[in-house]
Design a protein around this ligand. Structure first.
Ligand SMILES: [Zn+2]
Length: 124
């Protein structure tokens, strides 16, 4: 997967996030080991999606940068699509490495995370 370096920062004062420009995955250290790992899987999922050659075509609104972007319908829908796919890509990648996943916990964390995005999307 890794043709170029990406860095992972685990710290108390960061949100779980994939910083595209900085090639950095930030993981909040105040979570349990399992939650940190699932977040890492999800953020790697974002990385994999962004590596794909067709990403800019499939997610035209995301390329404008998420922070401070106007919440247009197209932007919100692209954001939701990417979040869903990042959870799936991360899981597929972990499975490809032979990592055994506690699917009940994973599904709970994915649901919680995606539900926050659904609330964000419907708050207009
Ligand atoms: Zn995400």
């Amino acid at each position: 997967m890794c043709e170029e370096d990406i860095h992972v920062e685990i710290a108390r004062d960061v949100d779980n996030e994939w910083w595209v420009g900085e090639r950095l995955i930030a993981i909040n250290s105040k979570q349990t080991y399992k939650k940190k790992f699932f977040c890492l899987m999800h953020e790697v999922g974002h990385y994999i999606l962004h590596q794909k050659i067709e990403f800019k075509m499939r997610f035209p609104e995301d390329c404008a940068g998420a922070k401070g972007h106007k919440k247009t319908k197209r932007f919100v829908v692209d954001r939701l699509r990417e979040e869903v796919l990042a959870w799936e890509e991360g899981l597929t990648y972990a499975e490809s490495l032979g990592i055994e996943i506690d699917m009940d916990s994973y599904n709970r964390q994915r649901t919680k995370a995606l539900y926050k995005y659904i609330e964000w999307a419907s708050d207009r």
